[in-house]
Design a protein around this ligand. Structure first.
Ligand code: G6P
Length: 361
């Protein structure tokens, strides 16, 4: 069945490898010719909104951070992202016409549902983006978009994160087209998702290299950093979470320009600092922040986009539209976490203290 491990030692590796196929599946499910086909009522409700609120927990929250950038860029709708357990009990002042997007792989996270119950009391329109059809959050929201990622068994989420980002991109493109926003009209998303699928394949084909990097740099240290700016910072949060949850390395994802305001004090000899470098405007800045940590003894590594690559970059990823780089830059981080955990002999799929779906608040 789809939930079989087959020849894989752990589900997580299988699920990492499935990501190119999930991208292709999403193109097949959501596009007709070159245009995304979504429910017109959904698009009208979103176009009527003056603010989009994205709500999620864990990896889904991190996928929301990427989506917010897309909604603002492609649809010109102010968008904010909220941790569901915070939003439920410390609700921010809302706009007049809010629209809510719930991101949840399982569709069952109690903290997120708590927010949705409140949203429904106010009859605000909502959309759940989930991997599980007819899950609680799907049934209770106004609209649902499915991730079509197939069952995700490993506790550490991988293919659901990239599927969430891809579905957010599809929705942002469709809404931007609906609102006749030039940035959306010019965004060749279908073609880009094909490039993404091939790029993911190229990265998953370089497992041996990533395994030896994990053994060399991450097997011993107790702590590590992922750093970046803008969208690369958002990915660094997810990259650090992967490392923490399955390899028990205390990892932090950090805005690279903010390091010097305190956190750089933590850098010691051989502290791994991994820079994510995919954006033209910030590449040089992140590189100099990496050098600052190196001068204090860090072992620096880079995950850099091809067109920005320098000779000594550690991992070079294929080029793609600047809004879609997270779909590629996160893969080396997923694999680094996987091989660090594997190398330590840990149960990659079932890390201590964690559950796949958290139905308590
Ligand atoms: C748990 C899982 C995480 C997941 C989070 C949110 O903590 O271990 O991997 O990101 O719940 O789950 P959801 O199903 O709402 O995306």
């Amino acid at each position: 069945s789809a939930a079989d491990k087959g020849a894989y030692p752990f589900y997580m590796l299988k699920e990492v490898d499935e990501q190119p196929a999930v991208m292709r599946k999403l193109v097949q499910k959501y596009f007709k010719d070159d245009q995304p086909q979504l429910d017109e009522k959904l698009l009208q409700d979103m176009a009527d909104a003056d603010h989009i609120y994205i709500v999620g927990a864990g990896t889904s929250y991190h996928a929301g951070l990427i989506g917010a950038r897309m909604f603002e860029r492609l649809t010109k709708t102010p968008t904010t992202v909220h941790i569901s357990s915070e939003f439920a009990y410390e609700q921010p002042l809302l706009s007049n016409k809010p629209f809510f997007i719930f991101l949840s792989q399982s569709g069952e996270t109690a903290d997120s549902r708590e927010v949705l119950v409140h949203v429904n009391e106010h009859h605000w329109p909502s959309l759940t983006i989930t991997n599980v059809d007819k899950s609680t959050l799907s049934r209770e929201a106004t609209y649902t978009l499915l991730l079509y990622a197939g069952p995700e068994i490993a506790v550490a989420s991988t293919k659901a994160y990239t599927a969430q980002i891809a579905v957010e991109a599809i929705l942002a493109k469709a809404l931007g087209e609906f609102k006749q926003i030039p940035e959306a009209q010019d965004f060749a998303l279908k073609q880009q998702l094909g490039i993404v699928a091939n790029g993911m394949q190229a990265i998953t084909d370089s497992k041996d290299k990533i395994e030896s990097l994990a053994a060399h740099y991450l097997s011993k240290p107790r702590n590590a950093f992922y750093i970046g700016r803008g969208i690369d910072w958002s990915v660094s949060l997810e990259a650090a979470l992967k490392l923490k949850e399955i390899s028990y390395v205390q990892a932090e994802g950090f805005a690279s320009g903010e390091l010097k305001h305190g956190t750089i004090a933590l850098i010691e000899k051989n502290t791994p600092v991994i820079g994510i470098v995919t954006q033209d405007r910030t590449a040089g800045l992140t590189r100099s922040n990496l050098e600052e940590t190196e001068a204090r003894g860090a072992n620096t590594l880079t995950i850099a986009a091809r067109h920005l690559a320098k000779e000594d970059d550690t991992i070079v990823i294929p080029d793609v539209d600047p809004l879609l780089t997270p779909l590629l830059s996160v893969l080396p981080a997923q694999l680094l976490a996987y091989y660090t955990s594997l190398g330590k002999g840990l149960d990659v799929d079932k890390p201590r203290n964690l559950a796949k779906s958290v139905t308590v608040q």
